[in-house]
Design a protein around this ligand. Structure first.
Ligand code: TPP
Length: 925
């Protein structure tokens, strides 16, 4: 605090000493001291009249100085700590307060304050006592402000100016006040109506934080004034039905229809199993004056707070699409995240999302946050829910201004929301409102809250509703009569009755599963690139400004790509990817890729961003292709999987003609993002009719790097695969990777693509592709064994495998074996597998070989399918690691032994292996 240097050394002798230094050279003392002495000197007249001191003579009275300094530090304290005395709790709990807010703490009395003129504190008020009273009314009223933690002085100055000018607390007009009363009556009325008519149903009522709705109304209106064309909202269950009805304009009769069990009919070929009503999204267009604002609520899983990064990604995509000719238009789309007071400090994804908020790859020009603070989390008290004073304290570390507001003061709630919108528009940063209310019922309406929070609920039961409080205030102000307040309530209640009784039995069925974000751009039919086009693109990728000198070793490696598209061949993974990207960019597809260290690539394989060896200046050839019609964006992500993947998923849902990729550092780390996979990526279509075409690049493969750098947990993706919800593939060549990336943007049906990616294979000469492989054909779901093409009838053992182990096996192959690669695991390419099986008339045994343990990898998924695809005629023999608790060996020597054993089991001739068509310990049907 700026007052510290003064208050902590409150010592007359010391002050006198500092003053001497100040007189000799003002710059030699701290700014707070300079300010203090300026105050004191401005008191010259008063000093001379009322004290023995003679300021202008340079002999200031130390006792007086102490009092002026005390007054200044008291005002500083009120600005910084006034929130601790603010009346923000509608249940009337006494604010914590702090000694710094008392006059005595600063060595003063009330009388002292009255003696000091306001001018000494830079104010027009007559005395310091008036200044203090005014500041208390601004900083310790129904609003508590916290912005001392902001790093930027101009932001602090602006906020102070907004508050101290009285702008933030200015009164709403009479009409605005009455409009809020109507809104609150609708909000409260809807809850009471549903509570009465649909008893026993969960609705996660808003009651107690009703003000959220007029605040969102205000945010949308105010945002429109600052150029917003869209407002996107992410929120959890609490109050969602009310927000759907009143902010998203979802018709009441649809909502009632859902309570009556009428829901979306299945329209897609794949079933849509739907979601509970308080998770659904919705989109509407609201008129704001002569403007239109599209307001969307993104669908939300139960998993609290995980929708936040998803909304950020959606907002970024929309800001990019709307911007057209410039990079992005941050004013055009305003994201709003509504949090729970228990979930906000508890779920790490909140911190991850804040951390992304100002990064170039993820920023959206600021998000408005509201904590719907009902002071309890299910049955958990705040003392068990967080280690901090406020639910909002986490946001402080990210330099977000925080405003606590009493959820019963509509004036305050609306004004702070408007302040947030203005702050965002001015500083392009996040802003947080901690809306302090209560929860009228249990966690849901069938819970008994008195079991666990008896005292709180004794209070709540006798507490008037926010509508009643506001109605009373307006009638006290003479704006309405008590009878009018009652009449409005009755009018709205009868409207609900009328709508409900006139609802037709099919109303709910019109209600789609709530896709909130409809991609507006569309996929184009595209032709395959020709060889000459790829060669030309390859050349363009090898060009950088003459002034840029990349690391010489790197430059040499990249130049090899010139030969690789020629006769010599040798296109590796990174090269194939660059060519796939380049070809898509010239076709008009934008590309966005992020993940940890993706610019270089964890394994140095991508090198998409070149750095000058001396200056560090960067250049990305993919951003400078002369004929590119799409944008290429690549960002090293922060060290996060959950929020970053959530962001990229959200981005992908909101843009159709783009290839959006997320790469894990190692595939194992994907499990940190499991909720984004389970709750969004694999189930979004089934729950919400929403789709994405995100690509997950997950390095996978057993190379002796230990339990956490081997497995991308292929088995988990295969277990989640159903109803064509995604593609799961494990390409074994750069050309296959090239083709599957291109296929991803030309498919009509958008689906996520999960790719097991190589590590050592990235540059393996045996795996390399030739230009012809990229130009001819497309992605092959299964690759037959070309080595036995002319002797298929001699093959006795048909080995199926996927990915890297193929190369280990063929290095040791023995006669009479064919090795077939399953490149796409899901959807299972049964026709292709059957076709290939039929090519081998003499097969006596089918083997599935994998390097993962038996309880992992593809085996349990493959076994029944391979058996069917081989006509149920054969036993499918498993060869791989046995069941294991940990995915891979920690010692590379142990890895080597195991890997060699697997390969040996696969290739050892049958006579030696002893007739494996019969079941054995390692055989499964
Ligand atoms: C990740 C996650 N963990 C646990 C839950 C179960 N749960 C649902 S609501 C809730 C309490 C949330 O409290 P708070 O954030 O204060 O929101 P409120 O319900 O009070 O509005 C819990 C624990 C959940 N939905 N998501």
């Amino acid at each position: 605090m700026s007052s510290d240097p003064i208050t902590s050394v409150f010592n007359d002798g010391y002050i006198a000493e500092v003053y001497e230094s100040y007189r000799r050279d003002p710059a030699s003392v701290d700014e707070s001291w300079r300010q203090f002495f300026r105050f004191a000197e401005s008191l010259g007249g008063v000093v001379q009249a009322g004290t023995p001191a003679a300021a202008h003579a340079g002999a200031l009275d130390a006792a007086l100085l102490r009092k002026v300094a005390g007054a200044a530090s008291l005002t500083d304290s009120i600005r910084a700590y006034g929130h601790l005395a603010a009346e923000i709790d509608p249940l009337g709990n006494t604010p914590a307060g702090t000694p710094e807010l008392t006059i005595e703490f600063h060595g003063l009395t009330e009388e002292d304050l009255k003696l000091i003129p306001g001018a000494a504190l830079g104010s027009d008020e007559p005395t310091a006592a008036d200044v203090v009273a005014r500041l208390r009314s601004l900083y310790s009223s129904n609003i508590g402000f916290e912005f001392d933690h902001l790093g930027e002085a101009d932001e602090r100055g602006w906020l102070r100016e907004q508050i101290e000018s009285g702008r933030v607390q200015r009164e709403l007009t009479a009409d605005e006040k009455k409009a809020v009363l109507r809104r609150l009556t609708e909000v409260d009325g809807l809850e009471r109506f549903i509570g009465r008519v649909y008893q026993g149903f969960k609705r996660f009522s808003i009651e107690g934080t009703d003000m959220m709705v007029p605040m969102l109304d205000a945010a949308i209106e105010c945002a429109a004034g600052f150029g917003a064309r869209e407002v996107g909202i992410a929120m959890a269950h609490r109050g969602r039905i009310n927000v759907l009805a009143h902010i998203l304009q979802k018709p009441y009769k649809r909502i009632f229809g859902e309570f009556e069990g009428r829901h979306a009919s299945t329209t897609a070929a794949e079933s849509e199993t739907g979601d509970v009503k308080y998770h659904l999204g919705f989109t509407t267009i609201r008129k704001v004056g002569d403007k239109e604002v599209t307001v969307s609520l993104v669908p939300n899983p139960s998993h609290l707070e995980f929708a936040n990064p998803v909304l950020q990604g959606v907002a970024r995509a929309r800001q990019t699409l709307i911007a057209a000719d410039k990079d992005r238009d941050e004013a055009s789309v305003v994201p709003v995240c509504i949090h729970g007071d228990a979930a906000f400090p508890g779920e790490g994804v909140v911190a991850e999302t804040f951390n992304m908020s100002r990064l170039r790859g993820y920023r959206v020009g600021g998000t408005l946050h509201i904590i719907a603070n009902n002071q309890v989390g299910f049955t958990t008290d705040r003392t068990d829910a967080r280690s901090t004073h406020y639910a909002s304290d986490l946001a402080k570390g990210f330099e977000v201004p925080i405003v606590h507001v009493n959820a019963e003061d509509a004036n305050a709630c609306i004004r702070v929301m408007q302040l947030g919108v203005e702050y965002r528009a001015k500083f392009a940063k996040d802003f947080l409102v901690d809306l302090v209310g209560y929860r009228r019922h249990g966690h849901n309406e069938t819970d008994e809250p008195a079991f666990t929070q008896p005292a709180m609920y004794t209070q709540i039961r006798s507490h008037p509703t926010p509508r009643e409080v506001w109605g009373q205030r307006l009638s006290d102000e003479g704006l309405v009569t008590a009878d009018e307040v009652k009449a409005l309530d009755a009018e709205i209640a009868s409207e609900f009755e009328r709508i409900q009784s006139s609802a037709s039995p099919t109303d709910g069925e019109k209600n789609g599963p709530g896709q909130a974000v409809k991609p507006t751009d569309s996929a184009e039919a595209r032709e395959k690139p020709r060889a000459d086009q790829l060669v030309a693109l390859n050349e363009q990728l090898l060009v950088w400004p003459q002034t840029l000198n990349p690391n010489s070793r790197l430059a040499k490696t990249l130049k090899r790509r010139r030969d690789a598209v020629g006769e010599a061949g040798g296109i590796d993974w990174g090269h194939a990817e660059a060519l796939a990207f380049a070809s898509l960019l010239v076709e008009g597809t934008s590309i966005r890729i992020s993940g940890q260290d993706v610019e270089r690539g964890t394994f140095s394989h991508r090198q998409a961003v070149l750095h000058d060896a001396e200056t560090g200046e960067t250049y990305a050839p993919l951003q400078h292709l002369p004929d590119a019609r799409g944008r290429f964006e690549i960002y090293n992500s922060p060290l996060s999987e959950t929020a970053v993947l959530g962001f990229e998923y959200g981005f992908s849902t909101a843009t159709r003609n783009a290839l959006v990729l997320w790469e894990a550092q190692f595939g194992d780390f994907v499990n940190v993002a499991q909720p984004i996979i389970d709750q969004f990526i694999v189930s979004d279509r089934a729950k919400w009719g929403q789709d994405s075409s995100i690509v997950l690049l997950l390095p996978h493969g057993y190379e002796g790097q230990g339990p956490e750098h081997s497995s991308a947990r292929l088995e988990r993706f295969l277990q989640s695969a159903a109803e064509n919800n995604m593609y799961v593939a494990y390409p074994s060549t750069p050309a296959q990777y090239f083709h599957v990336l291109r296929r991803q943007v030309s498919e009509k049906k958008r689906r996520p693509l999960v790719l097991m990616q190589p590590k050592s294979l990235l540059r393996l000469p045996e795996a390399a592709s030739r230009l012809g492989d990229l130009v001819d054909g497309g992605f092959m779901t299964v690759i037959d064994d070309a080595a036995v093409e002319s002797s298929r009838d001699q093959v006795k053992r048909l080995v199926f495998c996927t990915g890297k182990i193929y190369y280990d096996i063929i290095a040791k192959r023995t006669p009479h074996i064919a090795v077939v690669r399953v490149e796409q695991l899901y959807p299972w390419p049964s026709d292709e597998v059957e076709r290939i099986v039929d090519l081998y008339p003499s097969v006596e045994e089918v083997v599935w070989a994998q390097e993962e343990p038996k309880n992992m990898g593809a085996w349990t998924y493959i076994a029944p399918r391979l058996r069917v695809s081989t006509g149920n005629a054969m036993i499918v023999r498993y060869v791989g690691r046995p069941e294991r608790a940990s995915p891979a060996e920690g010692y590379s020597s142990a890895h080597k032994i195991e890997q060699e054993r697997i390969v040996s089991d696969v290739v050892t001739p049958m006579e030696t292996a002893g007739g494996t068509r019969r079941r054995s310990a390692v055989t499964t049907q």
